[in-house]
Design a protein around this ligand. Sequence first.
Ligand code: UGA
Length: 460
Amino acid sequence: MGIHQKKVAFVEEKRMSGQQNISIVGMGYVGLCTAAGFASKGARIVATDKDQQKVDSINKCKAPFHEPQLEEALRKATKQSKIKGTVDLEKAILETDVTFVTVGTPSKPDGSSDLGQVQEAATEIGKALSKKEGYHLVVVKSTVLPGTTENLVKPILEKQSNKSCGSDFGLCMNPEFLREGSAIYDTLHPDRIIIGEWDEKSGDTLESLYALFYKQQKIPLIRTNLPTAELIKYANNAFLATKISYINTIANICEKIPETDVAKVAEGIGLDNRINPRFLRAGLGYGGSCFPKDLKALIALAKQQKIEATMLEAVQKVNTNQAKHAVELVKKEVGMLENKRIAILGLSFKPDTGDMREAKSIQIINMLLDEGADVSAYDPVAVPNAKAIFKKRISYATSALNCLKDADCAVIVTEWNEFKDLKPEDFIASMKQPIVVDGRKIYNPETFTKKLNYKAIGLG
Ligand code: UGA
């Protein structure tokens, strides 16, 4: 750090060391969990969203979606007056010093990101900044492709505010790495912080804020320019998706080699600390609102730049094929699926969330229905979301055992803890014929294969 930088950092830290007043725009997973996390670090948060219902729900400490520890964090923050929800974005900007943009960037049909919400947020923030005295920092946390913060957000902010980026207000891009299901933990314990900055003062201001939040934790922090920070997020998610498709390819090889088990292979290679054991759980592949969307956007970007994205396309293909493969395993054991009852355990894209965006359950259930199967499904949280997707085309059970009743085959789609507690006897007692296709490898193959017809992804 140069002398000038040290001085700016010192000034910013002094400024930040009072009450940190932060507004957050967009109360999806990232926005609300960041709001709750920052509030628990002592900041005063104004949480904004266009959806009045969502805002009302936040003010009543009711999370609009299932996320462990979130409601508790909201209750605590509300009690200490650390958080308030509002639809009034202008007031939120005027009352705060830093604004995080956490609106959605969904996929368009060609794979590229729809930046409508980012554009709208930037316009509203810019208008509010025109009425604001003093310095204000805008931080883009939404996942956006390289160039977006500089070439889209910055010009809109400058035009709407009639102010100059760098001197009148600051601009950073700060990608988010929290995972659904452990979002509060991840916000409180990030494994790194990436700050993309338009200018030094913007970066200093954000670094000072994080220094206050994570004082004791010695979190590695990287400062870079805006497009590099934007790309880090995509490269990160694409790499994790690659690890999953890689181990799923090994899983498919294992299935053809008697006595091999992909879980042992993953354990073995994971001990090489150049590889590490995380994200090597073979199974039905990845779903969710991030990996599929971010991979699509990265491929679209590569294509636009006339770069071959062969590897990323292969990652996608392996991922799509995993669900087909699971249905093939079912057919191999059950035969024709017409009028066969198939029990689906797990609907959400991963445990501890009710989120069904790009969930593997959707792909699998649709294939089973196309083959004429009669599907019954159970999930501890996601059933209301599933009802909106499948309506009356499937039946919904109120417990795992209930779901297994009279089934010809059970498919484990999501590795919820309560499914891990099921014993072979539970399947045998409830099902018409005890065939289990374990899409997430949650059972001990030795115990299960001894007692029932047990097939698992990656089990030779
Ligand atoms: C992912 C990233 O992990 C976060 O760092 C990132 O912030 C987030 O996307 C985002 O971009 O917002 P998330 O989608 O919540 O988080 O969930 P993950 O835990 O990453 O799981 C994604 C999918 O991969 C799930 O369907 C999961 O079942 C699957 N998965 C994960 C595997 O199949 N095998 C594994 O070993 C790990």
